[in-house]
Design a protein around this ligand. Structure first.
Ligand SMILES: Cc1cc2nc3c(=O)[nH]c(=O)nc-3n(C[C@H](O)[C@H](O)[C@H](O)COP(=O)(O)OP(=O)(O)OC[C@H]3O[C@@H](n4cnc5c(N)ncnc54)[C@H](O)[C@@H]3O)c2cc1C
Ligand code: SF4
Length: 459
């Protein structure tokens, strides 16, 4: 899986090893399993394995009697847009605070003993975040916010197996799928994994994303103590992301993503290659999942607004009660609304995935719920998908070169040229845009709407 570019670094195959030591960062800053000898049942356990159950199969077994089904977002009881009203969940969270609120509510109602989620990691090193089991609301609060940073599950899974109890786990779609696949093989985990809380996902980044922030803010990684990928500012639209670094000398640095050479999410800088073969945008196997409402008027509300998909009837009752009690501000929406908030993500994981699957490749062949297809795709869309894949793959290597040679400018110049090319092709920006439009004549045909959506291919 690693050699085939299909390992996301979830760590579930190394869960038996216990303490997370079996996962290491490779030279590109991505987590990979240490051992080459796979555990028993590996082919059915790895979330990107062609022999593992699909999201559809897992969701059918878990939510077979759900009220609604939509092939894009799976089975569900209800979907909402809104935010948390009580406490400081919204202010503390990346979006509307619903992920941390749900985790805290599960603890408060004693439905779980602990929640596995991602918190800042103490000490030196490139790994700035890690999974932790939190047992109090205060510990949960420390974990709020999105971390576009490699983390892995082996340590918390081992802990869940060692200590009987009921657990909830927060994770991106492939991690939640991996947990359900592991549960199928492990009765103890199956019994203890009480709730899965999914995060919608655009793609996963390597550790180099933060290192690049540091370079572009005039410092280096050794000086960085912590990062907030999305500093919240209620006075600015939610989708104007600001990266914020806390340095070891006590000072801070910030920069808006659009001033960073790799800050256009859609361009795919530092994307894990396995994400090229993902078809689950909204964590279809999770009991509940959360994303950002990337449509107006919500994307202009700097306090942040969630979209939420509830699949477990128990969680549906819990959310509905809290709405009645005035603790949550949620409005029910349909699947089209949810898909619209993630338009670029769906295009990349449906049309784009079909196109990528049609390319010849060596190694393990992924098996997806989308059939390979490239015919009928406009030339400009093919160019966008091709460019995105090329930027993802090359960004790891160019950054490695610049880092090894200690010449950050080599990466920054390359990345800004790639950004101009990508934005020219995708949004008709600058002279490259005029040139591409002129060649393809697409300027006249292309819908305005299509251009704007890839800009929001965000996290
Ligand atoms: C890699 C990544 C890509 C994403 N892509 C998209 C996207 O394309 N579209 C979209 O709408 N939303 C995306 N999200 C989700 C979005 O960023 C918010 O996390 C989500 O809207 C929940 O916000 P909240 O305010 O409710 O969460 P909060 O209250 O801030 O709580 C977030 C919870 O998630 C946990 N967490 C943070 N990072 C990770 C991680 N890497 N792995 C596991 N748990 C984590 C935290 O510990 C915390 O418990 C992405 C998240 C990640 C981590
Ligand atoms: S189970 Fe996870 S860490 Fe192991 S090979 Fe598959 S994706 Fe990589």
């Amino acid at each position: 899986m690693v050699k085939s570019g299909l390992c996301i670094g979830c760590g579930t195959c190394m869960a038996e090893s216990g303490d997370g030591a079996a996962m290491h960062l490779d030279r590109y800053g991505q987590l990979k399993p240490d051992r080459s000898n796979n555990p028993a049942g590996f082919a059915e356990l790895c979330p990107f394995s062609p022999h593992a159950r699909s999201e559809d199969q897992i969701a059918l077994a878990r939510f077979g009697s759900a009220r609604f089904y939509d092939s894009r977002i799976g089975r569900f009881e209800a979907a909402y847009v809104g935010h948390v009203l009580e406490g400081s969940f919204r202010v503390d969270g990346s979006s509307g605070g619903m992920a941390s609120w749900t985790a805290a509510e599960l603890l408060r109602r004693k439905l779980v003993d602990a929640v596995a989620h991602v918190v800042p990691r103490e000490g030196d090193g490139e790994r700035l975040f890690r999974y932790q089991l939190s047992r109090t609301a205060e510990d949960l609060r420390k974990g709020a916010k999105s971390r576009y940073h490699p983390v892995e599950l082996s340590g918390v899974v081992a802990e869940m197996k060692r200590h009987p109890g009921r657990y909830a786990v927060v994770g991106i779609p492939c991690f939640i799928k991996a947990l359900h696949l592991l549960s199928l093989q492990d009765p103890a985990l199956r019994e203890r994994l009480a709730f899965t809380l999914g995060l919608f996902c655009g793609h996963m980044k390597s550790t180099r994303f933060v290192e690049s922030f540091a370079w572009q803010m005039g410092t280096d990684m050794n000086a960085v103590a912590g990062v907030d990928y999305r500093l919240k500012d209620p006075r600015r639209p939610a989708n104007w992301y600001t990266a914020h670094l806390r340095l070891k000398d006590g000072s801070t640095r910030s920069k808006d993503w659009w001033h960073l050479v790799d800050g256009d999410w859609g361009a795919g800088f530092f994307q894990n290659s396995a994400c090229n073969f993902c078809d689950d945008v909204v964590a279809e196997t999770a009991d509940i999942s959360f994303g950002d409402a990337w449509v107006e008027p919500y994307s202009s509300d700097g306090l942040g607004t969630n979209v939420v998909i509830v699949r477990s009837p128990l969680l549906q009752a819990l959310v509905a009660d809290a709405v009645k009690e005035g603790r949550l501000e949620l409005r029910e929406v349909d699947s089209d609304f949810i898909v619209e908030t993630q338009a670029a993500g769906f295009r990349q994981r449906r049309e784009g995935l079909a196109f990528r699957l049609a390319w010849p490749r060596s190694g393990v062949q992924p098996r997806k719920r989308v059939a390979p297809a490239w015919k009928g795709l406009p030339a400009q869309r093919m160019l966008v998908y091709g460019l995105r894949s090329a930027i993802s793959a090359a960004s790891h290597r160019v950054f490695w070169f610049a880092r090894t040679m200690k010449i950050p400018a080599a990466y920054i110049h390359w990345a800004s040229a790639m950004l101009a090319l990508y934005q020219g092709v995708t949004y008709s920006r600058g002279w490259i845009g005029k040139l591409v439009d002129g060649v393809s004549m697409r300027g006249r045909k292309r819908s305005k709407d299509e251009g704007s959506k890839d800009e929001g291919a965000g996290a």
